[in-house]
Design a binder for this molecule. Sequence first.
Ligand code: SF4
Length: 222
Amino acid sequence: MKENKPISTILAALHQQQGQTMLEEFRHHYSPFQILIATVMSARTKDSTTIPIAHKLFQKYKTPQDFAKESIYKIAKAIYPVGFYRTKAKHIQELSRILMEKHKSKVPETLEDLISLPGVGRKTANCVLVYAYRKPAIPVDIHVHRISNRIGLVKTTMPEETEQKLLPIVPQQYWIDINELFVTHGQTICLPRNPKCEICPINRWCEYGRKKLRLLPKFERG
Ligand code: SF4
């Protein structure tokens, strides 16, 4: 890693920010199975939509058995209006049955077993490893992908590629924190369209931010 992008310093600065992600909140209240279901539900859906639905859903559905015996129609109705609710309902019922049949109703603790489940890609699997089991992994969603590129840690076009580039350059001790810190940062300051570089605590280490701030008139730099 280049000297001007010290990942430990960047993460330490981001630790000062307010807020927490949906999964960070959920990991204190829900089981690994419910973390898995919440993560499947949250794909391409805003957290503000997923959170209240998940809280309500988990009052009734707590185990793979609860979903496995339910109809896809009823699961879809219960998770509406999360994005792709019909497809996700099907995946939730299928993966619940697979967990019962092949994993003694437990959520697997390896990436390979997790991504073999329907509706579970690398990002979801890595989220489960980090938030359900506190195992080192780097879940790369749109925020982690965008911020890693803006900072200049990677130059990539797809989240999967970003994960592969980050793994060798970020010391393993920081893997578990990256998703939480970057997602919170991406939801509050490093917004997709208009990042607030002027007030960003890591702007001095960010390629995008340094370029943008140099373009601003002096009085706006603060
Ligand atoms: S300086 Fe701007 S682009 Fe860079 S991380 Fe901060 S908000 Fe995002």
